[in-house]
Design a binder for this molecule. Structure first.
Ligand code: HEC
Ligand code: HEC
Ligand code: HEC
Ligand code: HEC
Ligand code: HEC
Length: 172
């Protein structure tokens, strides 16, 4: 029953969907916080090389997460590129140890909340709507509030998606 209701909303929202054109104004954060990362990785530099978001952040089944790139992927270039730089030496040490770089999370929804990237991407929402102009950032900062209930609901209201408690809270 609940899932049928949800389906109906999904279809209606997709039909009316203009998310792609949405300027991310629904919930701007006023303080942009950029935590210090273990390596000085720059989106601006790497995106300018022509790398696409989903090359590093695919959306594997079942679709909840975008995931982080494997260190081995970084090494496809950095075996040769800038290998004398201290940051790249740190990166290759992590790769040799077959570990993941301990990136500091910027966006995180607490446990018990139903969240999926997949459904939002299928609805036409672009990365920038929820994450800002990441491709222009040297250090990723949170510029849009997409992880609090207030942020989720502001957008759901704007696009007439459900704001029923059981829609987002598990235990439905
Ligand atoms: C070459 C690989 C690479 C590409 C291309 C890339 N990213 Fe990333 N992304 C990373 C890495 C590594 C991190 C973790 C370090 C950081 O936060 O800067 C990250 C972090 C992020 C985060 C923060 C995740 C969190 O903790 O909440 C977002 C959002 C993001 N990327 C979005 C994008 C978008 C949007 C694009 C395309 C414009 C993109 N990325 C392109 C590698 C990449
Ligand atoms: C397509 C090739 C490519 C891939 C893939 C790639 N990089 Fe880079 N990266 C570069 C280039 C080119 C530079 C600029 C090198 C320079 O300035 O000499 C660079 C620079 C860097 C630097 C700055 C080095 C310094 O101190 O100047 C860091 C750190 C870095 N990359 C980390 C990463 C990480 C982490 C990943 C994987 C998430 C990654 N790179 C994936 C090509 C790549
Ligand atoms: C409707 C809003 C929305 C859209 C659109 C969106 N994201 Fe996210 N993103 C989030 C939320 C919320 C989180 C925190 C998720 C969590 O804690 O599980 C997040 C987390 C992430 C993370 C951290 C890893 C993860 O999956 O938790 C990355 C990387 C990321 N997003 C990249 C992207 C990229 C790339 C795109 C575009 C292809 C994108 N996002 C589109 C809201 C969004
Ligand atoms: C950019 C606007 C936007 C933001 C931000 C957003 N949503 Fe949504 N969400 C939508 C729209 C539109 C739909 C209906 C279309 C669809 O489901 O395909 C939807 C559908 C959903 C669904 C039903 C589809 C599914 O995945 O089962 C859930 C659950 C959901 N959102 C939870 C959240 C949560 C939790 C957050 C905050 C962490 C959030 N949303 C943030 C626009 C947004
Ligand atoms: C669109 C998604 C969404 C809907 C709809 C929603 N919530 Fe939430 N809720 C969240 C998210 C995400 C969090 C965790 C982040 C936060 O605390 O802001 C949360 C957190 C909470 C919390 C914990 C706050 C705290 O301080 O611990 C309560 C209580 C809550 N919601 C009650 C409700 C009630 C009652 C409804 C229905 C009127 C509702 N929620 C509808 C997404 C949603």
């Amino acid at each position: 029953m609940a899932s049928l209701d949800r389906r109906a909303v999904v279809v209606a929202a997709v039909a009316a969907c203009v998310i792609a054109a949405l300027v991310p104004s629904f919930a701007q954060t006023n303080s942009s916080t950029a935590p210090e990362q273990p390596l000085p990785y720059s989106h601006k530099l790497h995106v300018a090389l022509g790398l696409r978001c989903q090359q590093c952040h695919p959306n594997p089944d079942p679709g909840e997460s975008m995931t982080f790139p494997a260190t081995s992927f970084c090494m496809t270039c950095h075996m040769a590129v800038a290998k004398e730089k201290p940051a790249i030496q740190k990166l290759s040490a992590v790769a040799v140890a077959k570990k993941a770089v301990p990136w500091v999370r910027i966006n995180a929804v607490p446990a018990g909340i139903y969240w999926s990237h997949r459904s939002h991407l299928l609805a036409g929402a672009k990365c920038t709507v929820c994450h800002g102009e990441v491709g222009q950032m040297d250090v990723v900062a949170k510029t849009v509030d997409v992880t609090t209930m207030k942020g989720c609901i502001a957008c759901h209201k704007q696009f007439r998606a459900s704001t029923g408690c059981e829609f987002c809270h598990e235990g439905k």
